[in-house]
Design a protein around this ligand. Structure first.
Ligand SMILES: Cc1ncc(C[n+]2csc(CCOP(=O)(O)OP(=O)(O)O)c2C)c(N)n1
Length: 327
């Protein structure tokens, strides 16, 4: 495990990490509500409630000029990278005002301006795209890092190891960032993988590896910041696995019958938002009224974003062939 608090982070940054996690939680809760209200396009949503520390810690450790791809559970990561929640809701609602004009939906959000090269619903398929991003960065000497975010379900996909090999061989600025929520659909990681030493596995490919408590936003941020900086400096690829938990099922309608209730309760007790809130309260950086005010302000922001997106326009037949090829 990376040393959780090797350096005490700046107070403003700690508050901003908490704020980012809260924005993710409030966003995801409204995606679930919007589905019940019949606002969403389709019914398949993969919420990252419980995974906020992994998304916020890694997302906030990235810099302008870095690029990334995500798996299908990528709302939180994109919010941490500066996404506008209104345009994200619009995309989830299938509206023209969305990031992909309503044609991508929850699982295929992308935005080149914010460095998002695409969410991907095929497990592991975003990884070689991020490899290509890293190749471009090295070739063009941009000084950035290309981050592939994926879940534990991709840890035994061949494409991950082909990509690691090539990234290490060519010393590419690529970061393999694993949001390990312990389950690939209904299969727990230890039932899918003979070896659980994933950082060590990455090291055998020549990729610098680290494992971190993915319920601790400050620990994730510190580990990611250090690794990304090392990779940007031309030292080669890195691998970070953040161990966390998804509080809901695979999709919102999945009641997770394959998980023990006491296991769920134990992880919920480690809620990353509550943990960080407690830490900041104890450090005197926040008080309860301040925290309540921040939560209410974020709630109003998200309500306004939902209302704006719900007023958006559905794509028409004329939009069918737009955005298919680059202009
Ligand atoms: C190549 C491939 N195989 C199977 C699936 C079906 N599938 C969709 S999500 C998923 C589980 C993915 O688990 P993980 O990568 O850990 O991400 P999580 O859903 O836990 O965030 C599977 C097997 C798929 N989309 N792609």
């Amino acid at each position: 495990m990376a040393d959780a608090h090797a350096v005490t982070l700046d107070a403003g940054l700690r508050i901003s990490l908490l704020r980012t996690m809260l924005r993710i939680r409030e966003f995801e809760d409204r995606v679930a509500e919007s589905y019940i209200r019949g606002l969403t396009a389709g019914s398949m949503f993969h919420l990252s409630v419980g995974e906020e520390a992994a998304g916020a810690g890694t997302g906030c450790a990235m810099q302008e000029g870095d690029v990334f791809t995500t798996h299908h559970r990528g709302h939180g990561i994109f919010l941490a990278r500066g996404a506008d929640p209104g345009r994200m809701f619009a995309e989830v609602f299938g509206r023209q005002e969305g990031y992909c004009a309503g044609k991508g939906g929850s699982m295929h959000i992308a935005d080149a301006r914010l460095g998002h090269m695409g969410a991907n619903a095929i497990v592991g398929a975003n990884i070689p795209i991020s490899l290509g991003g890293g190749f471009t960065m090295k070739y063009q000497k941009t000084g950035g890092v290309s981050v592939a975010f994926f879940g534990d379900g991709a840890l035994n996909q061949g494409v991950l190891y082909e990509s690691m090999n090539m990234a290490a061989l060519w010393k590419l600025p690529v970061a393999f960032a694993v949001v390990n929520n312990q389950y690939g659909m209904g299969t727990r990681i230890d039932r899918a993988s003979a070896c659980l030493q994933f950082a060590a596995r990455a090291e055998t490919f020549g990729v610098r590896g680290a494992e971190v408590d993915g319920m601790d936003v400050e620990a994730v941020y510190q580990a990611a910041r250090e690794l990304f900086a090392w990779s940007r400096a031309g030292n080669g690829p890195v691998f970070l696995i953040a161990n966390c938990y998804r509080f809901y099922g695979h999709g919102r309608k999945d009641p997770s019958p394959y998980r023990a209730k006491d296991e769920e309760a134990a992880w919920r007790k480690r809620d990353p938002i509550e943990a960080e809130k407690k830490r900041l309260l104890e450090a005197g950086l926040y008080d309860m009224p301040g925290f309540t005010a921040m939560t209410q302000e974020i709630g109003r922001e998200m309500d306004a974003a939902v209302a704006w997106a719900a007023e958006g326009h559905l794509p028409g037949p004329a939009d069918l062939f737009t955005g298919v090829y680059a202009d």
